[in-house]
Design a protein around this ligand. Structure first.
Ligand SMILES: [Zn+2]
Length: 307
């Protein structure tokens, strides 16, 4: 039995067909965790779709109506960069429900993973960059509304800046947002996170890890979160088609361990969400995401030994 629950639904697949976003990765991660004997069926939890009331704590009524009724304009669909379908909407509501469930379990168990989510480019009134519903924001607002938490930290290591996260929580002192990303890459413009770390092109493992550690240190000095949502993009990988950083698979695993180590040492429950990953070989993206889950497990085991 794993020390953390894995939240997953067969319908997380965004139904994109042949697309640079490999939305079959969710199923591949699930299947490989089982095939490798890392997880058993008992380690998984199946989420409910988020309630519309939860979605509406983050997104505008007009946008949610258009998503549910298929009445987005052509321009709005182009901006999402994913084709509209009923399956897409089901998957987005499930991913948000998955992040809520993972958030609740993390508060109970110290750590939990959504094998999905991390849709950090979604704004209150529109989707963009393959992101339709901001599952992490929906989960944070849900937990705040139900008084399970007062505040939260989002640590976003996807190669692309977390513009939706920054826009949603800008000026909200209850949510600290840290985004470490490649500066010369989508999105443009980049609304201000609480802490933005703009990296030049081509940064490799050692520099990246030193810079991340310095900023995690500062973030935890400035803010004491009751929960940490980790947006663990696989796309800082050197073989990524949409990223221009140069991390190795080992460097990415050290990155994950560093984030979980900070959460553990500050006694903050951690929620994993996956976010982007566009490696030339989809199997590499799957491996990077699995390594994130394994790093979360290692940290969770350390927590248990300590308490
Ligand atoms: Zn990305």
């Amino acid at each position: 039995m794993l020390p953390l629950k894995l939240v997953y639904h067969d319908r997380y697949d965004l139904n994109l067909g042949s697309h640079v976003f490999p939305s079959q990765k969710y199923r591949m991660i699930h299947d490989q965790l089982l095939a490798d004997g890392i997880a058993t069926a008992d380690d998984f939890l199946v989420p409910e779709p988020a309630a519309d009331a939860d979605i509406l704590r983050v997104h505008s009524q007009d946008y949610v109506y258009k998503l549910k009724h298929g009445s987005l304009t052509h321009e709005e669909i182009l901006r999402m960069e994913v084709p509209y379908s009923r399956e897409l909407i089901t998957a987005c509501w499930l991913a948000a429900g998955g992040s809520i469930l993972a958030g609740r379990r993390a508060l109970e168990d110290g750590c939990a993973a959504n094998i999905g989510g991390g849709f950090h480019h979604a704004y209150p009134d529109h989707g963009e960059g393959f992101c339709v519903i901001h599952d992490v924001a929906v989960a944070i607002r849900h937990l705040q509304f139900h008084r399970a938490i007062e505040n939260a930290m989002v640590v976003d290591t996807d190669v692309h800046q977390g513009n939706g996260t920054a826009a949603i929580f800008g000026g909200d002192g209850t949510v600290f947002t840290l985004s470490i990303h490649q500066e010369h890459n989508y999105p443009y413009p980049k609304p201000a996170s609480t802490m933005d770390v703009n990296l030049p092109d081509g940064v490799g493992d050692d520099n990246y890890l030193a810079i991340l550690e310095k900023h995690l240190h500062e973030a935890f000095r400035e803010f004491s979160p009751q929960i940490l949502f980790y947006v663990a993009g696989a796309d800082p990988y050197r073989e990524d088609q949409l990223g221009g950083l140069a991390l190795t698979m080992e460097g990415l695993a050290r990155r994950d361990a560093l984030v979980f180590d900070y959460a553990r040492r500050h006694n903050v429950p951690a929620v994993i969400t996956l976010a982007g990953g566009y490696a030339r070989r989809v199997a590499d993206t799957v491996r990077i995401h699995i390594n994130t889950i394994l790093a979360g497990c290692a940290a969770a085991r350390q927590r248990t030994t300590q308490s």
